[in-house]
Design a protein around this ligand. Structure first.
Ligand code: NAD
Ligand code: UDX
Length: 463
């Protein structure tokens, strides 16, 4: 079994960059990324590389491979038909209706893909779960293929993606590991695993390609995200103790991170974690545990989310409290809207929730983010359905210049750790703000001493 043609269903933050790198590193494999969203596909094909995903280094990868062996298309059926291997990389959001609402993963897009693969395939396929899925989803796919399959054979693999946004290309070029789960008990299962290992082995050393059974692979992805998010909630829990005791969370991160058993990464206190994965995947884990009757396990992991919500809330409430218990009519400048630096993604960004709380208190929010388009800010707030579209429009303005955002503001809230924020002319910003000029640093990126010297009243997470 050899993979010569790949189809990836889903041209989003995972499908796009992942397949671009596979195409770049495997010039002999034809890679077609398909999506129902024509606007997204057009952007992937745009002549001036206005790609739908902002990732450092991505444009160069796409330049290397697009039109050579990398294609973006809306022709889902024909791409499935011609492929030997099909990656399913569609979204698996938290269910917002019915059973499991607010917790379970919504697998309707996954099922649609499986049905479509079954409907149009005329040759044997390796079907690869790239999306993050509840453990045992492969058995659902198997069931669909067995019942609808057109007499061709499907091998199902799990190959979860561990890239983080903002560093996706680095992560894909030099992954800590690649994980492939498959069915070792059958000859074709073993061959399918070997075929996918061969693809990655074009640039990833063999010892970094782990193979497991399908269920371990599916569950490892949820476990990895749960552990990572748990570290952030743990450090954020300590950040609150620091604020009451004179300890400094940065010093604590360093002190504990030098213990080789703990490691230094992912110990940065913040206004809370965001992004499309952590919350969704932990909620899904909680749902799975509850479904298995494992209530104590479910409660344990749910606490990671509870603490994260608390961190966002207390940041917003501290702004209200510090501004003399009222922000009504006051301009609060938001520096950053993305959920982390170096991405244009805003899904579950803490900025959205902090803004929502402040708008409830009748604040006027002014937003500047170097990569997030203005309309996305309104889409994010409207999605919460806390108030009417018109009310959000009148409560929020966006600017393409950080100094305009800060002009005549009562306070600045640093919501994303964009590097450029550190280099601003803070003296100038002080001069154009109302006094006292408050800065709430949700990311610990600015020099508190320097800003205090200028005259700012500075609040930093965890000290
Ligand atoms: P996304 O929303 O950016 O992209 C998904 C794409 O799939 C969308 O463009 C959508 O139009 C398309 N799609 C949905 N159903 C389709 C269908 N039937 N046919 C064709 N196209 C279809 O999502 P994403 O961030 O790329 O995440 C995809 C999966 O990867 C999720 O399960 C997520 O949990 C997982 N994941 C995400 C990240 C990340 O950093 N974003 C990292 C690791 C894993
Ligand atoms: C995460 C996982 O890291 C990645 O392996 C998985 O494939 C997808 O989910 P991502 O959400 O893209 O990646 O970014 P990540 O770097 O994990 O950051 C998530 C959130 O946690 C961001 O809001 C970030 O600002 C925050 N964070 C991260 C902290 O607050 N402190 C930290 O120390 C690290």
């Amino acid at each position: 079994m050899k993979i010569n043609k790949i189809c990836c269903i889903g041209a989003g933050y995972v499908g796009g960059p992942t397949m671009s790198v596979i195409a770049q590193k495997c010039p002999n494999i034809k890679v077609t990324v398909v999506d129902l969203n024509k606007e997204r596909i057009d952007a992937w094909n745009s002549e001036n590389y206005e790609l739908p995903v902002f990732e450092p280094g991505l444009e160069n990868v796409v330049k290397d491979a697009r039109g050579r062996n990398l294609f973006f298309s809306t022709a889902v059926e024909s791409s499935i038909q011609e492929a030997d291997a099909i990656f399913i990389s569609v979204n698996t959001p938290t269910k917002n209706y019915g059973i499991g609402k607010g917790q379970a993963a919504d697998l309707k897009y996954i099922e649609l893909c499986a049905r479509q693969i079954a409907a149009v395939s005329t040759t044997n396929k390796i079907v690869i779960e790239k999306s993050t899925l509840p453990v045992r989803t492969a058995s659902t796919l198997r069931n669909i293929f067995d019942n609808l399959g057109p007499g061709v054979h499907f091998d199902i693999l799990s190959n979860p993606e561990f890239l983080a946004e903002g560093t996706a290309i680095e992560d894909l070029h030099a992954p800590d590991r690649v994980l492939i789960g498959g069915d070792y008990t059958t000859e074709s299962g073993r061959e399918a695993i070997a075929a996918l290992v061969e693809v990655y082995n074009n640039w990833v050393p063999k010892e970094k390609i782990l193979t497991t059974n399908v269920w371990s692979s599916e569950l490892s992805k949820l476990a990895a995200n749960a552990f990572l998010a748990q570290r952030i909630s743990s450090i954020n829990a300590f950040s609150e103790i620091c604020e009451h005791t004179g300890a400094d969370i940065n010093e604590i991160s360093k002190a504990i991170g030098t213990d080789s058993r703990l490691g230094s990464k992912f110990l940065k206190a913040s206004v809370g974690f965001g992004g499309s994965c952590f919350q969704k995947d932990i909620l899904n884990l909680v749902y799975i545990a509850k479904s298995l009757g494992l209530d104590s396990v479910a409660d344990y992991w749910e606490q990671v989310i509870i603490l994260n919500d608390h961190q966002k809330d207390r940041f917003a409430l501290n702004i209200v409290k510090t501004l003399y218990n009222t922000v009504s009519g006051k301009k609060i400048a938001f520096l950053g809207w993305a959920f982390k630096k170096d991405t244009n993604d805003t899904r579950e960004s803490p900025a959205i929730y902090v803004a929502d709380t402040l708008i409830n208190e009748q604040a006027k929010i002014a937003v500047y983010d170097p990569k997030v388009p203005s309309k996305q800010v309104y889409v994010d707030l409207n999605y919460l359905q806390s108030r009417s579209i018109e009310e959000n429009k009148s409560a929020v303005i966006t600017e393409s210049n950080p100094y305009s955002v800060c002009n005549q503001a009562h306070a600045i809230a640093i919501m994303t750790e964009w590097d450029e924020f550190k280099d601003y002319d803070w003296q100038k910003i002080y001069e154009i703000m109302l006094k006292p000029a408050f800065v709430f640093d949700g990311r610990r990126i600015i020099d508190k001493e320097k800003l205090t010297e200028i005259g700012f009243k500075v609040y930093s997470i965890g000290c």
